[in-house]
Design a protein around this ligand. Structure first.
Ligand SMILES: [Zn+2]
Ligand SMILES: [Zn+2]
Length: 452
């Protein structure tokens, strides 16, 4: 059927109502991207009202039959009260429309339950600190299919999916109840409503805390290291602890962060790592600790810092703590192989070396590029490749007893112990190859990690 004045939107609306019972909101949703600053219910109501006025006009002045036909549709399939009133006044009979084709799930219109669902959702956030949230909906597949059919049948180019209409509406209710903002990019909480089993699930997004750590004592791995014999289960060799080392930097930081933020677990990300026997000095190494499902999101960072430093008994020290985000945490890891790091080493040489030799090696290595094949000692966790690394600066100072103090400024990811020893030719060139004698790294400290 088409309307007396040819109009695509009105014609489609009328044609859909000829076939199906459709409530205001679901009718309006088929034209959701037309005309902003209003609601789907208002769009549907306006369409029905326009059609109703046109029908009334026909009834009063012209085509009686046409006017009656449209009013019967609006009063019946349209569930439209103003049309029902006109129909009754004019003694026009119509069939009750039944339930909306698009939002009735067999028990009720899914939109009728929003207020009740929002109360259930709000009950889930007791004791959880947050400022923002987002709502997601897992749609009812039958309703989804009906919407898809309708979209294809009437070539609806401006229709919105039921689930996004539903999520937005639920979001409005929750905004009212919780007095918190809806946030799309980085919401603190996500409520997920599953239309199929009528359950609301709460997802608490992680908190990311940036900081820098110093490692002041040798013998601490960056992350927990499981006992090789039992792989963490606990055995005789490890006295049932399941571990090779009693502590780790990740645990000193992560355990306290998890506890203070009342989270469920933590992940530790750092801009590279130092060996167990290497100190991390200077301004410290940048890290991000990610706490899952935190009930506290705005911790007192000073107190967090003090607690970490106290509980690690000065074995490590953290500073510069601040709240960050997932993107920064990923960037930290990506930057780790390109940023610049500085080291201080004590090298023991096979035989005495002349000062002029040291000057020559400094000159030759500073500003050069070396090739490093993955050292065998780390091959269990890194793939066997040859990596090119920039050696920005080398400074060597002769000490007594065949010892050299060395300063290195190198590209992130350089294996400094191997840069010294040459690793049987796997690193080339090296201090050893340049001097032509065997060299070993006796002591190593990281003195600076530049981020960004
Ligand atoms: Zn509906
Ligand atoms: Zn064990």
């Amino acid at each position: 059927m088409s309307t007396p004045i040819q109009n695509r939107v009105l014609d489609i609306a009328l044609n859909m109502l000829e076939q199906y019972t459709i409530c205001d909101r679901c009718l309006g949703r088929q034209f959701a991207w037309l005309s902003t600053g209003t609601t789907n219910s208002e769009r549907g109501h306006s369409l029905k009202l326009t059609l109703s006025m046109m029908a009334d006009d026909e009834l009063k002045s012209g085509n009686q039959e046409y006017g009656q036909k449209v009013l019967v549709l609006l009063a019946g399939h349209g569930l439209f009260a103003p049309a029902q009133a006109i129909a009754e006044k004019n003694m026009i009979e119509y069939d009750k429309g039944g339930e909306c084709h698009l939002c009735y799930d067999g028990r009720r219109s899914v939109f009728d339950s929003i207020s009740e669902i929002s109360r259930r959702a709000a009950a889930l956030v007791k004791g959880i600190e947050f400022d923002s949230f987002l709502v997601g909906t897992i749609p009812n597949p039958q309703l989804d299919e009906k919407q898809d059919e309708l979209r294809a049948k009437y070539s609806l180019l401006h229709a919105e999916a039921l689930k996004s209409d539903f999520s937005r509406e639920l979001g409005k209710y929750l905004h009212e109840i919780l007095n918190k903002e809806v946030e799309f990019e980085r919401p603190h909480l996500v409520f997920i409503y599953d239309m199929v089993d009528d359950k609301v699930r709460l997802q608490i997004n992680p908190v990311f805390i940036f900081g820098r750590y110093q490692k002041l004592v040798r013998g601490i791995p960056q992350s927990r290291w499981d006992c090789k014999a039992c792989r963490g289960k606990g055995c005789k060799q490890c006295d049932g602890t399941g571990r090779l080392y009693p502590d780790s930097i990740a645990e000193y930081i992560g355990n306290v962060a998890q506890r203070l933020l009342k989270g469920s677990k933590f992940k530790f990300h750092a801009a590279g790592r130092e060996d167990i026997d290497v100190l991390m000095l200077g301004e410290g190494r940048p890290f991000v600790v990610e706490v899952s499902e935190p009930r506290i999101r705005a911790p007192d960072l000073k107190s967090l810092m003090r607690t970490i430093n106290k509980e690690s008994r000065k074995r490590i020290k953290v500073k510069d703590l601040k709240i960050t985000n997932r993107e920064q945490s990923q960037k930290l890891k990506e930057d780790a192989s390109t940023n610049i790091k500085e080291y201080l080493a004590i090298i023991k040489t096979e035989s005495p070396v002349e000062k002029s030799e040291l000057r020559r090696v400094e000159m030759e290595l500073s500003g050069s590029e070396i090739e490093q094949r993955t050292p065998t000692r780390v091959s269990h966790r890194r793939s066997d490749l040859v990596r090119k690394k920039l050696i920005h600066e080398v400074r060597l100072k002769k000490l007594k007893d065949h010892n050299i103090e060395a300063f290195f400024k190198v590209q992130g990811g350089t294996y400094v112990k191997e840069l010294i020893s040459g690793d049987d030719g796997r690193t080339d060139p090296s201090i050893a190859s340049k001097l032509g004698i065997a060299c070993v790294c006796k002591k190593l400290d990281v003195t600076a990690v530049y981020s960004g």
